[in-house]
Ligand binder design. Structure first.
Ligand SMILES: [Zn+2]
Length: 126
């Protein structure tokens, strides 16, 4: 993880890996005045497609990040040609666990940009 030189990128990736992030799968534990919101009600407020906002939804499926995700996948497959042949579950694990210097840097950068985009989208709904 120390391979990622930009602190903001490293922090975004570390938080996602540790489950210490703003996605509702986590925040839904507390956002209702400390009362637990059932997992199936922790839906994504970015796409509002009634999907639970967990790590895989954020990384692989949410419509709010389509452009960033396309760029991320394209950069990774340029570095690691094996990537495109992985299933969605394997890609999710790959993104969360990448140990290679170059891919970690790319992933850290894009996860940071996706969280930034998430905040922009949610702030614009206020
Ligand atoms: Zn979504």
């Amino acid at each position: 993880m120390t391979l990622i030189t930009k602190p903001a990128h490293r922090i975004s990736l570390t938080r996602l890996r540790l489950g210490c992030h703003a996605l509702r799968i986590q925040t839904g534990k507390y956002e209702n005045r400390g009362a637990l919101i059932p997992v199936e009600e922790r839906t994504c407020l970015v796409c509002k497609e009634d999907c639970i906002e967990h790590e895989q939804h954020f990384l692989m499926y949410c419509q709010g990040y389509t452009t960033l995700r396309r760029e991320l996948h394209s950069h990774i497959s340029n570095v690691d040609t094996h990537y495109n042949r992985l299933s969605d579950n394997e890609k999710t694990r790959y993104l969360l666990r990448a140990e290679n210097t170059i891919t970690s840097k790319i992933i850290g950068k894009y996860i940071h940009l996706m969280f930034k985009k998430r905040k922009e989208i949610l702030d614009s709904q206020l």
